[in-house]
Design a protein around this ligand. Structure first.
Ligand code: BMA
Length: 328
């Protein structure tokens, strides 16, 4: 099928996929066998959720948030041949670093993985005197190297763009507080070397409805002929607590702090049992996508209720049309 909206990137013929169920109304539809990763996949896992995957060596690799039964939070690497059935390492990733201060990390959670040239960068929420943005890389998913934290505390939801723009690395993030932050807008920062960050730009903030309390970037933006496709989470405060939904925006290709379109309605919200019931009810939290430029297929990996990993699908032409015709 010829796509009218072009996505950059390598073909991915083996992307996990299911067609939209007949009669389904939404622009994003769930995998019929969700969740794909149960909370107890590892002997001592309390929950496995908010995790990131990439194509790797003909199959897939990933970095997974694993909260143990001790409630320690850490990130583990994993492999899959089909993107659906995963083997996750029992031990957390042991990063190599050249300054012991870099190794100070009280917890790690909510990883993103972004391939830039031949390197897979891992970005996560790192416990260093409060939550901030940890950064590391691997080339083989065997050896992992940790870099300096990108930002000062408090910050969450860091994610890199998949290529340099005007010779600079770009990172989206969401400055926070030390707790269950009741506010939050998305900002962009740039760096020549992944160590020194500056030229901070406001990208977008809260509005109403499902994105009225705070928002945060999710998976790495996907480059398309219509702009950078950003899938993000938005939070509403109900009388029963936070509700996490998913929305989408199109950012300017050259100046990605400029928002061209942004969905007023959510594209996915917590409605199934595995999204509504778990350690934190009513959460869908996206951390990764896979995409195939040849077919326009996009697979979205998201955490359900801070407990499991689930999968959903959309198609680029349909999603871009939805974003443009339902924009704020
Ligand atoms: C956020 C993060 C996420 C989590 C969400 C809902 O602040 O901690 O890991 O999914 O809250 O609890």
């Amino acid at each position: 099928m010829v796509q009218s909206v072009k996505m950059s990137g390598e073909p991915l013929a083996n992307i996990p996929w299911e067609d939209k169920p007949a009669g389904y109304k939404g622009v994003v539809w769930r995998y019929s066998k969700n969740p794909i990763i149960p909370r107890d996949l590892l002997p001592d896992s309390n929950s496995i959720f908010n995790s990131a995957v990439v194509p790797f060596e003909g199959g897939f690799a990933g970095v997974f948030r694993v909260d143990k039964t001790s409630r320690e939070m850490n990130i583990h690497s994993g492999r899959s041949s089909d993107g659906i059935n995963w083997e996750i390492e029992k031990e957390p990733i042991k990063f190599i670093y050249d300054d012991e201060e870099i190794g100070k990390s009280w917890y790690k959670y909510d990883p993103r993985v972004v391939k830039i040239e031949d390197t897979y960068y891992i970005i996560w929420c790192n416990g260093y005197y409060g939550p901030t943005i940890g950064l590391g890389y691997t080339r083989d998913f065997e050896k992992f190297y940790q870099l300096e934290n990108a930002f000062l505390p408090f910050n969450r939801n860091g994610v890199l763009f998949p290529r340099k723009i005007n010779g600079k690395y770009l990172m989206l993030s969401r400055p926070s507080d030390n707790g269950h932050t009741p506010f939050g807008d998305i900002f962009l920062s740039e760096s020549p070397d992944l160590i020194y960050w500056g030229k901070h730009r406001y990208v977008m903030g809260t509005t109403g409805g499902w994105q009225s309390t705070k928002i945060g970037p999710g998976p790495a933006p996907i480059e398309t002929s219509e702009g950078w496709l950003l899938i993000y989470h938005g939070v509403l405060t109900s009388c029963n607590g936070f509700v996490y939904s998913i929305g989408a925006a199109l950012l300017d290709l050259d100046e990605p702090w400029k928002v061209r379109y942004r969905t007023k309605p959510y594209i996915l919200s917590p409605q199934r049992d595995y999204e509504c019931v778990g350690d934190v009810p009513n959460v869908v939290f996206p951390c990764a996508t896979l995409h195939d430029p040849d077919t326009g297929r996009i697979a979205i990996y998201y955490g359900g209720a801070d407990t499991v990993v689930a999968l959903a699908f959309t198609q680029i032409d349909e999603l871009v049309e939805f974003i443009k015709s339902n924009s704020l």
